[in-house]
Design a protein around this ligand. Sequence first.
Ligand SMILES: [Zn+2]
Length: 77
Amino acid sequence: MLTIKCSGCKCKLWKYKKIGPGKVLRCHKSRISKRFDIMERDGMLFCPCGRSIATDMGRFYKMHVDAFTYTGTKDAA
Ligand SMILES: [Zn+2]
């Protein structure tokens, strides 16, 4: 399980079950298990500090490069 965090203020955004060793380019909504204080506006997700983190693409969020960091471990594919 990964904890996705804002790269600006380090605030926790959500928990995500990442499968496989690749980069976190998108987050599938069905694998997000917990959401912290995130805001949705104009089809995008924002950290409370105002940084845009991801774009809502329907079944998944397309992550904005450099807008986030994460801790935790990726699951085996
Ligand atoms: Zn932030």
